[in-house]
Design a binder for this molecule. Structure first.
Ligand SMILES: C[S@@+](CC[C@H](N)C(=O)[O-])C[C@H]1O[C@@H](n2cnc3c(N)ncnc32)[C@H](O)[C@@H]1O
Length: 238
């Protein structure tokens, strides 16, 4: 049921079950579906966030933790980062990767929901979230939570899969997109990747997302499109 507004939104519990199921093969499936471009998209999102030495950062919907690790890498390990996610299986993989990278107490992975963050107000210098916002049922409420836990002057950067605007690019995109559930099936997550395609088609247009940022009180709101608009990076300041 794609292309009909909010049809594809599923509850946090359903999200958790879906990501628990695909966790072990999530990274490999991501690389294959994005043809390796996902690493560059996360790198750009963190470049826009610009983590500063000694700062404290949050990754919402951290999954297997790649945005947390990108923040550690770009800051030369000079920041503290929390990653939250409702999927314990995704978090287990993130924690194992952090141990392998010897990140110690600089990173923490916490089971939590974007709609009810277990953090004090004005805790973070910046928040990043990658490919998660699309999955959240009450997006405006989630933006309110992000605003609450950000320090004044802090930045929010949301990376999300979007539909390209150009008719020509859209044509190529429409030809590629049916392959996504096929690739997903190879990695044992067919229905999850069918959901991925439907939820991208149902995600609001970039202008609507920037309006939501403004409605939540964010200023200097911007949207930068990557890879012909198939991915967008939304940003704003508290
Ligand atoms: C497509 S994965 C993205 C993971 C990671 N950010 C990345 O860049 O690969 C989406 C993640 O969002 C999480 N998620 C879904 N609903 C959420 C919610 N309400 N609050 C926080 N995270 C949520 C899922 O459990 C999943 O791990």
């Amino acid at each position: 049921m794609s292309g009909m507004g909010q049809d594809t939104l599923i509850s946090a519990a359903e999200n958790r079950a879906m990501f628990d199921r695909i966790a072990k093969k999530y990274d490999a499936a991501n690389r294959a579906i994005s043809m390796g471009l996902d690493r560059g998209w996360r790198k750009t999102a963190v470049e826009i966030l610009k983590p500063v030495r000694g700062g404290r950062y949050l990754d919402i919907g951290t999954g297997t933790g790649d945005l947390v690790f990108e923040m550690m890498q770009q800051s030369g390990g000079s920041v503290l980062v929390d990653g939250i996610d409702p999927s314990e299986q995704m978090l287990e993989i993130a924690r194992a990767k952090a141990v392998k990278k010897k990140l110690g107490d600089a990173v923490h992975f916490i089971e939590a929901d974007a709609l009810d963050l277990p953090m004090e107000r004005e805790t973070y210098d910046g928040i990043v979230s990658g490919f998660c916002f699309r999955n959240i049922v009450q997006r405006q409420k989630a933006l309110g939570e992000m605003m609450r836990v950000l320090k004044p002057g802090g930045s929010l950067v949301i990376l999300e899969a979007t539909c390209p605007e150009s008719a020509l690019i859209r044509l190529g995109y429409k030809m590629y997109i049916p392959l996504v559930p096929v690739i997903g099936r190879i990695f044992g997550g067919g229905s999850a990747y069918k959901y991925l395609v439907d939820s991208i088609e149902d995600f609001p247009k970039p202008d609507t997302v920037t309006d939501m940022f403004s409605a939540a009180g964010f200023s200097t709101v911007q949207c930068r499109s990557l890879t012909f608009g198939s991915v967008s990076v939304f940003s704003g300041k508290k």
